[in-house]
Design a protein around this ligand. Structure first.
Ligand code: XUL
Ligand code: CO
Length: 439
């Protein structure tokens, strides 16, 4: 196998290629339905997993080193940035995402931390311009430092609330400066472990107060992108307030924020909430809050957020179907919130992992288009609900009937038929579309 240093660019070689460092399905500039694949998919590199994570787990330290030969703190982070853009170039990835702590070393004081951050934001801008890359979103890490042990916006300490605000403010400024199109709020530790020590009502109200202030600050400064909430049911806290898409919608409606916030749906968070990935995407869509995607996958035999690179083509196809039905990404994209396994500890593995994830979603995109073109699935669903197109069904939809009329109607029915749901037939259609994709 080739060495990382010998690989200039990952090229598209097509499905028959056996070259590990080549795309089999992702052909960035191929136009499908009027748009290049790279613009349909809007892949983003996640800074934290790619340039930060070093293989640690609960039982062991790092299995790789990402200081890239540097010793001075600032030099390490500049080198990380150089490598990030080098990787994006090699992989034809146009976007990236980061937390504040991913891109710059933390200082001894908040002021020092923010100064380092701002210096690195300027450095990223020069790299962005040089490499023609864009920021998809950034976010504040308001969960790692010990001051956030009881939450950030939901901390019992108002001082911590203020620290969290200062960090989000700096990240919104950076987002504007770098031209980012979204800003993500993932709950972090916005939740609780036991009600014995928790004022749940105040914590929820404070979270809403925090989000409103963030929204107002950004809009006043001219930020035009989306604000996104990223649902997750648990981990690190036992009960996260942004449990899943439906819980987030309830929260946003309660606090009159539904017009200003959308969702960033992560596959592994969906499955931790005991939902299919496409259930969460559909929930976001039908509530008008679909924003962006954190692409990864979990291991169904493990109960935690394993953040694996996606390789499940079925899930990717169902995901891309939702994206296409939404009319494609607008301010969002597909961020690989995914890390290589502890044992996959080389730079070559990072390339191979992205290739697998990107090819999986490229296949997903191609299959999703086929699902739509083929039309059998949509026709089936349409016909399944045809009773609402006429007669009493039409009246229900139009709101021109009531319980008296419905009861009367029901009593006079001579037979009632509910047609078969034909799940197995539909699953066979998916397999058929999938395995004839290149015929
Ligand atoms: C954590 C997670 C985060 C967010 C950004 O599970 O997904 O990385 O995506 O803070
Ligand atoms: Co995520």
């Amino acid at each position: 196998m080739k060495k990382y240093s010998e690989i200039e660019k990952i090229n598209y070689e097509g499905p028959k290629s056996k070259e590990p460092f080549a795309f089999k399905y992702y052909n960035p500039d191929e136009v499908i339905h009027g748009k290049k694949m790279r613009d349909h998919l809007k892949f983003a590199l996640s800074y934290w997993h790619t340039l930060g994570y070093c293989g640690n787990d609960m039982f062991g330290g790092p299995t790789e080193n990402k200081d890239f030969g540097e010793t001075d703190k600032m030099a390490i982070y500049k080198k990380k940035a150089d490598v990030a853009f080098e990787l994006m170039d090699k992989l034809s990835i146009d976007y990236y995402c980061f937390h504040d702590v991913d891109i710059a070393p933390e200082g001894k004081t908040l002021k020092e931390t923010l100064t380092n951050f701002q210096e690195m934001v300027k450095y990223l801008k020069t790299l962005q311009d040089k490499h023609h890359k864009k920021l998809l979103w950034d976010t504040a890490n308001n969960f790692g430092d010990k001051v956030f042990m009881a939450g950030a916006a939901t901390s019992p300490s108002a001082d911590v609330f203020a620290v969290a605000a200062a960090k989000v403010k700096a990240c919104i400024d950076a987002d504007i400066y770098l031209g980012g199109t979204s800003y993500v709020f993932w709950g972090g530790r916005e939740g609780y472990d036991t009600l014995l020590n928790t004022d749940m009502a105040l914590e929820n109200d404070n979270l809403a107060r925090f989000l409103k202030m963030a929204r107002d600050y950004g809009r006043e400064k001219g930020y035009k992108g989306d604000y996104l909430i990223e649902p997750k049911p648990k981990e690190p806290t036992k009960h996260q307030y942004d449990f899943d898409a439906a819980t987030c919608c309830n929260f946003l409606r309660k606090y009159d924020l539904i017009k200003d916030f959308k969702l960033n749906i992560e596959a592994n968070h969906a499955t931790l909430a005991m939902h299919d990935f496409n259930h969460e995407l559909r929930t976001a869509r039908i509530n008008g809050v679909f924003g962006s995607i954190d692409a990864n996958q979990g291991d169904m035999l493990l109960g935690w957020d394993t953040d694996q690179f996606p390789s499940n083509v079925y899930d990717a196809a169902y995901c891309m179907y939702e994206v296409l039905k939404e009319g494609g990404f607008k301010n969002g994209g597909l961020n690989f919130d995914a890390k290589t396994r502890r044992q996959s500890n080389t730079m070559e593995d990072i390339l191979l992992a992205y290739i697998t994830g990107m090819d999986t979603f490229a296949l997903g995109l191609r299959i999703a288009f086929k699902m739509i073109e083929d039309g059998r699935l949509e026709k089936f669903v349409e016909e399944r609900y045809a009773s609402y197109n006429h007669g009493i069904g039409k009246k229900i939809i139009e709101g021109t009937t009531n319980f008296e009329e419905l009861a009367d109607y029901a009593e006079n029915l001579s037979s009632i038929e509910v047609a078969s749901g034909r799940q197995e037939y539909l699953e066979e259609i998916i397999n058929n579309l999938m395995f004839t994709i290149f015929d």
